[in-house]
Design a protein around this ligand. Sequence first.
Ligand code: ADP
Ligand code: ZN
Length: 234
Amino acid sequence: MVPGGRLVVLGKQGAGKGTQCVRLSHHYVIPHIATGDMLRAAVKGHTQLGLEAKAYMDAGELIPDEIVLAMVGERLDQDDIRSRGFVLDGFPRTVAQAQGLDELLKPSELDLAINIEVPTEVVLRRIASRRICEDCGTIYSVELPPAVDWICDLCGGEVVQREDDTEDAIRRRLDLYESETAPLISWYDETGKLVRIPGVGSPDDVFDQMVAEIDSRRQSGGFGPPIGAEGGWR
Ligand code: ADP
Ligand code: ZN
């Protein structure tokens, strides 16, 4: 049996969170919760949430904490998460969101927060060449495009540049990362839950280092039982 886990992955825009979270989700059979993907799906589906979120997203601003917390809270309550845990991608992004997450998880706790560290010059270059499948969110780049003519290898959707990957919106998101999200690194460090991973190697290297850290933390007893369940992972 593969044991589950409750993981948060932190890192600047373009640090490789999305790519690594998909891999972690497959490797440990844990649901991947990407708030950016959920919000983009809401915008595309013209839901009430999408209508509220679109202007913030296009400008690179953060969606208000209450809205994001309600969206994540609803997702965390579902059965797959209760039995397997989660890998959270793009959330929490403010100290208020991290505190809200702690409340949502009670009486359990987060197992680990992983920070993927990449210098700003590198992420700027990566975001400029980043492309995304409009339908399933798979990430490509100009250097590593889909096999055929910007059609997603996985779902056949159209692979495009994200609407908020403009110079102004990227600058704003990176500023907000420094002011709102970077403080979470010391916040998690103080509770002993932080792991730092250099994100400049190949995607395989970064992934192998993450798995090594997660497995060693688990072996040393750093992981709790599933949310709301007695004993170990089902
Ligand atoms: P990036 O990491 O490149 O900013 P994401 O896909 O994670 O991209 O997020 C895209 C946008 O969605 C953000 O700029 C923001 O407007 C919104 N968003 C996503 N997650 C959150 C969050 N946890 N809190 C507030 N806004 C969020
Ligand atoms: Zn796709």
